[in-house]
Design a protein around this ligand. Sequence first.
Ligand code: ATR
Length: 283
Amino acid sequence: MTHTAAQYVVIGNPVAHSRSPFIHARFARQTGLALSYETRLAPLDGFADNVRAFILEGGRGANVTVPFKLDAFALAHEHTARALAAGAVNTLSFSDGRIAADNTDGAGLVADIEGNAGIRLAGKRVLLLGAGGAARGALLPLLDAAPRSLTIANRTAANAEALARQFAGQAAGRLQACALTALEGCFDVIVNATSASLNGEVPPLAPALFSSNTLALDMMYGAEPTAFMRLARLHGAAARDGCGMLVEQAAEAFFVWHGVRPATGAVLDELRAALGQAPASSS
Ligand code: ATR
């Protein structure tokens, strides 16, 4: 029996639940590329050794998920500007003994908002909830999309303020930071990058932050709408989950590796169906 080594993997711990093999298999079929993409479980204290072993097995690239995005940053020899800005890495490429690092999460978020939800970010008032790794990864791509203003709001205000200081140089005065409870005004786009939804919680948000023209996007996803999405709809906003961002960050990684940009619409529909979502649950 012959065995073909996996060329591409998603490395995490845990990782069995990852939808990335599903998505990349569909991109490969669509673009006619022959490649394998599997999950790979790395020990919590053994990420670097695991990656080196994969490279020796013939690995060409890896997506990296929780909890290894900082380890991936540290392991790489080269980083793109967006990986440096994010301080974390979700896409590694291996060639000629070098490890190159990228972060496609923020680009995936922007592509989902602009391409799938049809909202141009240029000139918009954007609110980013959270100041952890997920929020940091989104900041530079959001700023690059030229919003009128970008407000970072966090449960712990000091963390939001630290993040805003870090990106002040790229923000041209458009970046503000405050506590969740100090937010004022209404926003065109609200992105939930907190981990509150993981616990079925929702950040304390005043109804006036939302309007019928607001798009509220939760980076989390599941079979059912998250608590944040339900709150946004209650206040009249449109809401989407993180499925589109997931598919778009995968498409961006596919482009990084293969130089081909796959179409994402049908794959997003298939992913939603696989998750057991009702057809209307994304808007
Ligand atoms: P990630 O890598 O997913 O961003 P993280 O770095 O641990 O995870 O950051 C989690 C973020 O979610 C933080 O901004 C955290 O707020 P604090 O800085 O105040 O801890 C936020 N968060 C977590 N649970 C929350 C909740 N129930 N309500 C509001 N914010 C929450």
